[in-house]
Design a protein around this ligand. Structure first.
Ligand SMILES: [Zn+2]
Length: 464
């Protein structure tokens, strides 16, 4: 009913002029559109616009090849747009409100999953699709119950109530792969409910490490490969045990596509590179770019797996900016910027792991400075180390930008003297984010797209 009324409205409003405009509303409601069987919706969480050229430069430096997203931005076959990401109560959204806009069709207040300011519960897209026999898959490097996947399949007044989100995925999400075993495990849940057992009884194969994923055969999967989030790619690369036991985003994406591609059943698959956002909060450029390249590997894997399937649409975007990293002009006439940037490839650890390892061994101030030198490649001077320790100890420090007066912000600024990377803060920003789409009906995501219009687009594309 809704879409035929819209078609009439658009035909009346735009007439023949509308049909000349690419990506216009008139085109969007054309009955001659190519059929879409499946949508792969890929999210680099918290990816500010400036991340793309930095990831491209790092890929060229370390892998001698372009990123897939950079290539897509130059392809005449791909459609480019920008996402307008505000939430119901702020120009700056969090991931819960952003994913609710996509998955529930309305802007909600920050912190909520598909629950409006008036406490109305929006039906998540996963429930709508399931009623029409369209399957949903969720893949992430965060806990699988985290805000971005949850926005497609759950309701929660508080996004942090992941214990209530986990059982909502039962029979609604066919493939769920990420971290967050603690929210399914009866020994770790407050109510001691065996959510793993509930999924197993419903026919899901329960997976706990990479080898189980690679050998899995069931059509329904619940894979949780860590108690919390999956590790950063930079830490995975420097730890053989992590590399052996934890799948990459590309491997999880492949496992999901293997279930959805055979046959003719419609599907929606969300694939999230979640920790780009976490690294931006931590002002951690090696953590961020390592995970952005892992996300790009997932794009490459998805596109190559889909070759020969011309009825699948791929949409690649982000839900909001975060701390807006940028390479500064360093030195005389900016000639030292490249030298600074090149140092990022030698960084051997995320800031998260550096702080965790130092506090686990109850290290001294000197040991913190040594660890920073060993892993991040620069020597903080005693005054800088003292300031960092003050913020770790919760002492106020003199900082012009209050958002940077915390351990992440201080370490980010010290590291920035070495790498040339600056940050606006340690929080989300109101930036527009890029959208690149390829495949049938990609033109629906052309130009400026409000985040709360994505829900209707996805339903029209998948259900007709
Ligand atoms: Zn965030």
């Amino acid at each position: 009913m809704k879409s035929s009324r819209r078609q009439l409205l658009h035909a009346g409003l735009f007439g023949s002029i509308g049909s000349l405009l690419p990506g216009s509303a008139a085109e969007a409601s054309s009955p001659t559109r190519k059929r879409v069987r499946g949508v792969v919706f890929m999210v680099s969480d918290g990816m500010s616009h400036g991340v793309l050229p930095l990831a491209e430069a790092l890929s060229q430096q370390t892998r001698k090849r372009p990123t897939r997203w950079w290539e897509l931005m130059q392809s005449p076959r791909a459609v480019q747009g920008m996402m307008d990401n505000a939430s119901a109560d702020s120009l700056v959204t969090d991931s819960a409100a952003a994913s609710s806009a996509w998955g529930g069709g309305q802007r909600v207040p920050n912190g909520r999953i598909n629950v409006t300011a008036k406490n109305q519960h929006l039906e998540p897209i996963g429930a709508t699709l399931r009623a029409k026999k369209c399957r949903l898959g969720l893949v992430t490097t965060a806990t699988i119950t985290h805000a971005t996947p949850a926005g497609f399949a759950a309701n929660a007044v508080d996004r942090d109530d992941e214990q209530s989100i986990a059982p909502q995925f039962l029979d609604r999400v066919e493939i769920a792969l990420g971290g967050g075993s603690q929210f399914f495990d009866p020994a770790l849940r407050d109510d001691h409910r065996n959510v793993f057992g509930d999924f197993a009884k419903a026919g899901y194969q329960i997976l706990r490490d990479r080898s189980e994923l690679l050998a899995s055969s069931s059509p329904r999967l619940l894979g949780t490969f860590a108690s919390g989030h999956l590790p950063y790619s930079v830490d995975r690369r420097h730890d053989a045990m992590l590399a052996k036991n934890i799948p990459t985003l590309a491997e999880m994406a492949t496992a999901a596509l293997k279930r959805f591609l055979p046959g003719q059943a419609p599907f929606l698959l969300q694939i999230e590179g979640a920790r780009i956002d976490h690294a931006a909060h931590a002002n951690d450029i090696a953590g961020l770019l390592g995970d952005q390249l892992a996300f790009d590997d997932a794009i490459a894997t998805v596109l190559s797996t889909l070759s020969g399937h011309d009825d699948i649409l791929v949409v690649i975007t982000s839900d909001h900016g975060n701390s807006n990293p940028g390479l500064n002009g360093m030195g005389d006439s900016y000639r030292h910027s490249n030298d600074h940037f090149r140092r990022i490839a030698a960084i051997r650890s995320s800031h998260e792991r550096l702080f965790a390892d130092w506090s686990a061994k109850k290290g001294s101030p000197k040991e913190l400075a040594t660890l920073i030198h060993e892993r991040l490649g620069f020597h903080p001077d005693p005054k800088e180390t003292a300031t960092l320790l003050d913020t770790i100890g919760g002492k106020p420090v003199a900082e012009w930008n209050h958002l940077l007066a915390n351990p992440s912000g201080i370490l980010g600024q010290l590291a920035g003297n070495h790498s040339g990377i600056g940050w606006t803060g340690t929080v989300h920003t109101a930036d527009l984010t890029p959208i690149t789409s390829i495949g049938p009906q990609a033109e629906r995501f052309h130009g400026l797209v409000r985040n709360d219009s994505v829900h209707e687009k996805l339903l029209e594309i998948l259900l007709g």
